[in-house]
Design a binder for this molecule. Sequence first.
Ligand code: V47
Length: 378
Amino acid sequence: MNAFRDPFLADVAGKVDAGERLSFDEGVRLFETGDLVGLGRLADDVRRRRHGSATYFNVNRHLNYTNVCYWDCTFCSFYRKKDSPEAYTHSIDDCLARARAAAAQGATELHIVGGLHPKLPIEYYEDLLRTLKRELPHVHLKAFTMVEIDHLKRMFHVSHEEIIERLKTAGLDSCPGGGAEIFDETVRKEVCRHKCGSNTWLAVTEKVHNAGLRSNATMLYGHIERPEHRVDHMIRLRDLQDRTGGFQCFIPLAFWPKETELAHLPGPSGIDSLRTIAVSRLMLDNFDHIKAYWVMLGRSLAQIALHYGANDLDGTIIEGGELVSTYSADGKDEATLSRVELVRMIRDAGLEPVERDTLYNPIHPIPDGAAASSEANL
Ligand code: V47
């Protein structure tokens, strides 16, 4: 019963048991295996060795301060040019009102990102953080991708280090993992030719980690990239993590084509998503956490992904109309999940829900039967 249908997986199991690192070629070969269940079993073993049955989620809110962006990534349906009737930029007061409402509902984290706005002054970013930190000191500010930090550096002619220091002084607690897309330069040229290059994304991350801040890493998959590009992406992250140890989690983002310039593409299949999560769990041996981001995967697939290497479902509160296009915002699922629903999803998968803060510290234990209690609802 222990045998794998694909003998290659037995070799991989041997290496994983011996604590040996998987190579680029092995990563690509994992994407090719026909034994998805065997692959999932390997990834699940690794996940259980690290976390047992503990499965994390948090209560957070996405705050997209502007959708104005001067670039034109082909996979993005969120950005608007500054003179578009649908363009918006929230005032600091607006952002604060949204943040207060989220905190009142139990949010412990604000995930703050926006487009690359050609006019907003550096003071806007600092005031935003300073105001939120002053008014809601207990809420973690996970803000600004490496792409936004690089944009600020170029706009204001100062070093990345200075931007990071100024944002940190204003209240920045950590950074989200967006903007990594896919590191391979040929693919990047096709899907986000203007966005900062892979080396810049990685170099800014290293500076963020050197400044004592943690961050996440994403990978956008299921568009025009191939398995070798995904494995290359993972290995570049793994190498950086060896140097800094500053990444908290890896988030594979399933491409959702609707209303993008790549709308003719089908997006990844469910099998492809499970495979990608499992391979990332096996390749990223120095990452603690793999997130199954339910907003992009849909609830059902995210739940199954918890048996394919993922140990985190991300958060509960999503700002509906302002998201990049998502599976969940498309009417198949609600764009928000309550704490009760997340707890139920995790328990139903036979796992133990752990509400966490942004830095993966568990917060208030979840009582047995919490999924049935309306008091615990968000
Ligand atoms: O960088 C854009 C991706 C990212 C689409 O750090 C798309 O905890 C799918 O980074 N289909 C932003 N994906 C989201 C992000 C994120 C999400 C959740 C948690 C964290 C974290 C980070 O969304 C972008 C891009 O890679 N994206 N358009 C699309 N059509």
